[in-house]
Design a binder for this molecule. Structure first.
Ligand code: ADP
Length: 398
């Protein structure tokens, strides 16, 4: 005997995709033979009963309706939750207040290809649904709603990101072009002081574009590698000391401006050296940018309470951040004070990069801040004994 689930789906009709999911794994040990099933189904349809379908649609997690003569003949609990308990027996044009969907459901001659109709405003205001209509036999229509909110949210994030990135790049480019045109003017071009001032602005704007492009490329590289566990054993102490030496030797910081504390025996972590150096650098750079001039920046490395993670914290004594901004700081291009960030050379991508790198390492980023006192940004990374081994996880990079 062939599979009971497969036999049944053939007799329900080709459009019953949602029912197929349930019937693929039939709970009943035996089913009547297909001919008797078909006879029963015909009887049910001729009596105008849809109750027998109810058992089939009830466990489906997508909202499902059965519609006959423009009225809701059956609805599963998921549909009642989204559209309301009152929909049973209701005119479908009232149950689903969407002109295109209602028109097709109420029209007995409408052809149903199963192509999706986008519904907005059903359930909560920001939910997006795709509605598909499948014609069963004898005028019965199966309506399936699929929640596509997260897909549309991801798509919106992508388009917003492209729009923001273009805007961020266009601003310095427009400045460079504007000053170039001014310098073409023989009067301004010949005046040495003006020329020097304009050229300096153009260099600064070009630097800003370069930093933006580098950060955008970093983000896309991190995204591309997000499922690859880093495999190199790293001592965070080396990376922190390298960054401190760089700020002292090349950025003119004094020793007392960077205070560092390590445990005596620092556990190793699996890491991507270049990415972790970028984390230390972005956090140090923010602490200097937003910390009060002359106050020290503190770097602290310590295991967490359970010794499963190593916590790298960088603290400053700056103006701090109001609590309502904190959850949004790792969004790309989110800044508390746009003008300030831009005037000190920020791209608005530093913390987004830190968050993505932490997550790629199986860790996380945390921000604690007090207005008027300062900010601590921490990154928690699993120590080698606690991290999934790159080899065990099938990662072949070495
Ligand atoms: P930016 O390039 O603007 O510094 P980031 O992604 O590094 O971008 O940070 C996002 C925003 O978070 C900054 O514009 C700033 O408003 C805020 N911020 C980050 N670090 C600090 C800090 N240490 N103190 C105060 N505000 C901070």
């Amino acid at each position: 005997m062939s599979q009971p689930g497969q036999q049944f789906i053939v007799y329900i009709g080709t459009g019953a995709i949602a029912l197929f999911t349930v019937l693929r794994d039939p709970p009943a040990p035996t089913l009547p033979d297909p001919a008797s099933l078909e006879r029963q189904r015909q009887q049910i349809l001729h009596q105008g009963r849809t109750e027998s379908y109810q058992d089939i649609i009830n466990p489906i997690t997508d909202p499902i309706l059965l519609v006959r003569n423009a009225r809701v003949a059956a609805a599963n609990p998921a549909a009642a939750k989204v559209l309301g308990d009152h929909i049973l027996g209701e005119d479908v044009r009232i149950a689903i207040r969407h002109p295109a969907a209602a028109d097709r459901l109420a029209n007995p001659d409408a052809k149903h290809t199963g192509a999706p109709i986008l519904l907005v405003g059903v359930g909560s205001a920001d939910q997006r649904w795709e509605l598909r209509i499948h014609a069963l036999q004898d005028g019965l229509k199966l309506v399936q709603l699929s929640d596509r909110s997260s897909h549309y949210a991801a798509e919106k994030m992508r388009t917003d990101f492209v729009a923001n990135a273009s805007h961020e790049l266009r601003t310095p480019l427009a400045a460079i072009k504007g000053f170039l045109e001014t310098l073409e003017d023989p009067k301004a071009g010949k005046d040495d002081a003006t020329r020097t001032r304009f050229l300096k602005i153009m260099y600064d704007e070009a630097d800003r574009m370069q930093r933006l492009i580098e950060d955008l490329m970093s983000l896309s590289r991190i995204e591309a590698e997000k499922f690859e566990l880093p495999s190199e054993k790293i001592n965070l102490r080396d990376l922190v000391e390298e960054a401190r030496d760089f700020y002292i030797n090349s950025r003119g910081k004094k020793e007392k401006e960077i205070q560092v504390a390590f445990p005596a025996d620092i556990p190793l972590i699996y890491g991507d050296r270049a990415q972790l150096a970028q984390v230390v650098n972005n956090l140090l750079s923010n602490a200097f940018k937003y910390g009060k001039k002359g106050t020290p920046v503190r770097i602290n490395v310590a295991p967490n309470r359970t010794a499963t993670m190593l916590k790298l914290s960088i603290s400053d004594e700056g103006d701090g951040i109001a609590p309502e901004h904190i959850p949004r700081l790792s969004e790309r291009f989110y800044r508390v004070d746009k003008g300030r960030s831009k005037s000190i050379g920020g791209t608005g991508l530093g913390l987004a990069i830190v968050k993505h790198i932490s997550e790629r390492h199986g860790g996380r980023m945390e921000i604690a801040s007090e207005v008027g006192k300062g900010t601590t940004v921490s990154v928690l990374l699993p120590v080698v004994n606690n991290a999934p081994s790159p080899r065990e996880s099938g990662n072949t990079t070495s």
